[in-house]
Structure formats: C-alpha cells, structure tokens
Design a binder for this molecule. Structure first.
Ligand SMILES: [Zn+2]
Length: 447
C-alpha cells in the first residue's frame, strides 16, 4: 500500500493537508462578497475545492510527478475539469506538450544502517542527483578538516573509498561548493554517500544524475546508532533504483473564457499542478499546499467567471503549468511558445502555496510593482481580507518569473494602450500562508 509522506517534509509550514479550516474561511469569504449568493452554495463549493485537493493528492496521481505518469493523470483530470467548467482551448487542445530530462526513482529505495532498516520518506530520502546502485558498505565519517586544511585535503584524495559509505555532517552539503572540484569528485567517487540532516528532509527534482546513491538521513535517526558503536564498525546496505529519462513528455493545461468586449486583451491566472512525484514504489509526495491548493483556487475562479452573469469584458486565461518543481520549465516553455502575443497579457496572477491565509499573504514582486501593491494593500486595509499583506521583490520561485522577465524586457518600451500590463505573483512562502481569493477577485475587479 502506498504511503503518503508527512507534508512537513516538503512544506514544513503547512499543516492542513485535508483539515480545511482555511477553505471554510475562504469560502465563507466568497459568501461575504456575495459572489455565490448563499450558504448552501458555499458549502457545495467548499466540497468541490476539497474534492479537487483530495483527488490531486490521492495515490492515483502519484504526487503529480514523472513516475507512473503522475503528471499526465493529473493533466487529464484538469482537462476534464476545464471541459466541465466550459473553458475553451487556446490551441487545438488544452494540452501544450514539451519534453524535459528528469532523474526518477521508480523502483526500490532501501537503506539499512547497522540493524536498523530506515523508512524512506520519513527517515531518509534520496537526493535528486543520485544515480542508482546497490550494495554493502562500511560507514566512513568525512574528515571535516578538509574544509580548512590543505593537508587533510591531500590525505583525503589519497584515501581508498572502496566499499565505503561516506558519512557527511549536516553542514557539508552547503559548504561543499567551497571545496576544490577534485575533492567534490572524490566524494562522489564513493560508492554511496550518507548525508545527515539536522531538522527536516526537503525533496527536490533534478534533470541530471551526478552522484552515486546519495541518501539524506535525519540525524535523529542516526544518533542512537552512532552512539552505540563507532561509525567505522557500522555497515550499511542500500539499494536505489534510479532512471534518468532524457526526453519525458509532459504538458501544460490551458483553457480560457473569451472576453465579452475586448477579446484580444487577456488576464491570466496561473498555478502549477505538478509536485515532486514518487520516490520508490511506496512513497509519494502529495503536495496539498504545493500546489493542489493553488489549482483548487484556479478552478474555483474559473467556475465563478464561467457563469454568464460573471463573464469579464476581456479574456480570462487559466494556465495550469507542469514541471514547476524541476525549474519552472512549464512556464518557461509557455513564455517561449505563447499561444497569443505575450504583450496582450494585461495582468498575471500566479497562485502557489495558497495555504491557510491565517497569517496573511506574501506578494512576490510586490516590491517591484509598487503602485500595484499599494492599491492591493489599500483594498486589503479597507476590506480587512487578510491580517497581513507583505511584499518582496522579484524572485524566481514560481511560474510568474519568466512572464515578468519577458514583460519587462521586450515590452517595457512599448506603449501599452488602455490596459495595465502588470505581472505579479501572489504566493505564500514561509511565514505567510497565502493569497486570499478575495484579494485576487477584488484586485481583478478594479482593473
Ligand atoms: Zn509551488
């Protein structure tokens, strides 16, 4: 049976996987705005939002990554939702396909230290750059003097690492970049690397396989074992089945509502639907906050604006991007291959890590687009949507980024006509749990 990872592995500040007090809160907010007209309807919409998150986070979608076609299953589900809502495709289909390279772990992920068989996803993860491999090895703590002493470096370069499992202290990964390349190569010449992690495990994806099997292990899991006997007396068994797929085909899912007056002017709502996928046969990353929540909100917005009485004067495009987690590749592909001229985008709101909203929201790029942020802030002050609205500068931390880059280079000197051309990402990194739908709707309302 598949096991769902504790979310703190990937989203340490998110605790609501299916708790949904936030959804009650945000759907109640919609009701307060009178957008859906009554409590019964609100309850139904909350159920829809919950159903979307539950579905996307379920084992059948495999963490919406590139093992077991999790991304494709999620994309087909979204296409069905778009059709049901009444969105139209911008091209021949809702799908915009592209290929990428991705390192995956589709098979066995096993690590035994001494007599302790560690739990993948809970006690340890495989670093995204790992190649596959299996075997037995003896723990060998890395001599940390190599970070400061040339003699230690020389000594390490001469060391025989055959059948050794190099044990890295928690700080080593961050400081590895300080080492000469020959030492990094030497570390990666070891048959297996065990890196200790002090507090949490954070998974990622990689387009390359650069290292031997490289396990990140919670230090708390190793402490007792290491205290019982010296590391050099501890043997490990490991197996990591890795597959580097050079040309995996994935897809953005894009639909739109034509404007009732200015069809050639576009407002974009974007959110990535992919997450970190599956690690081994039994573990997947559900990614409820990152970013099933953003997709649920995107679909709620689509549902709202698809109703005849709510149809906006200009076209409203909904872009569900793939491959965000591996480097914003879906949105980058879109910006390089737009389905209508990018300069016709008046505004883009990106939804990522929608979270609870209890602590407020962070407006990424709000520090750059100051006028826009001030207007948003005034709206929030007036209507008390969120307890706090913070801003930061442009960051390449989600799918708004390449739109912003494109918007402010080629188009900055172009007259923009009667519409404002602003791109902004509303995301909720660490201390701010997010965008509130009301802010999004209200901001849209004043455009
Ligand atoms: Zn995200």
């Amino acid at each position: 049976m598949r096991k769902s990872l504790n979310l703190w592995l990937v989203c340490p500040d998110f605790m609501i996987r299916v708790g949904f007090t936030s959804w009650l809160w945000y759907c109640a907010a919609i009701g307060l705005l009178g957008l859906f007209g009554g409590r019964m309807v609100i309850a139904q919409d909350m159920q829809k939002a919950k159903a979307v998150i539950d579905t996307l986070c379920g084992p059948g979608f495999h963490g919406r990554g590139f093992v077991n076609e999790g991304d494709r299953k999620a994309a087909r589900y979204l296409r069905g939702q778009f059709e049901e809502i009444g969105l139209l495709p911008l091209g021949e289909d809702y799908f915009q396909t592209f290929t990428l390279a991705v390192n995956t772990f589709p098979g066995q992920v096993v690590l035994q230290v001494g007599k302790s068989r560690l739990q993948p996803g809970t006690d340890f993860i495989a670093n995204a750059i790992s190649r596959g491999g299996k075997g037995k090895a003896q723990l060998l703590p890395l001599d940390t003097a190599i970070f400061s002493q040339p003699e230690a470096q020389t000594q390490f370069l001469k060391q025989n690492l055959k059948r050794k499992a190099l044990l890295l202290p928690a700080f080593a990964f961050e400081r590895m970049i300080e080492l000469p390349q020959a030492l990094i190569d030497k570390i990666y010449s070891c048959p297996v690397v065990i890196a200790q992690k002090e507090q949490k495990l954070v998974a990622a994806l990689s387009q390359k396989a650069l290292s031997p099997p490289y396990f990140e292990v919670l230090q708390s899991q190793l402490d007792a074992i290491l205290q019982a006997q010296p590391a050099s007396k501890i043997n490990i068994k490991y197996r990591l089945d890795a597959q580097l797929v050079p040309d995996y085909e994935t897809q953005n899912v894009i639909g739109y509502l034509p404007g009732t007056q200015a069809k050639e002017q576009y407002f974009v709502v974007s959110a990535h639907y992919d997450h970190l996928g599956q690690m081994g046969e039994g573990v997947y990353f559900p990614g409820a906050n990152d970013n099933a929540s953003g997709i649920a909100m995107l679909l709620e917005l689509a549902r709202h604006y698809a109703r005849p009485e709510n149809r906006p004067p200009f076209s409203l495009v909904f872009m569900a991007f793939s491959a965000e987690e591996i480097g914003l590749l879906g949105s980058l592909h879109y910006v390089k291959n737009p389905l209508f001229p990018l300069e016709q985008i008046n505004f883009l709101v990106n939804l990522d890590l929608v979270g609870t909203g209890d602590e407020g929201a962070m407006v990424v790029n709000g520090g750059v687009l100051q006028e826009a942020f001030e207007r948003l802030h005034r709206l929030n002050e007036t209507h008390q949507y969120l307890p706090k609205l913070a801003r930061r500068g442009l960051a390449a931390n989600s799918d708004h980024y390449f739109f912003q880059e494109a918007g402010f280079r080629p188009f900055s000197s172009t007259p923009w006509g009667g519409f404002r051309r602003i791109m902004m990402s509303l995301t909720a990194p660490k201390h701010f749990h997010s965008l509130n739908l009301r802010v999004c709707l209200a901001y849209y309302a004043i455009l």
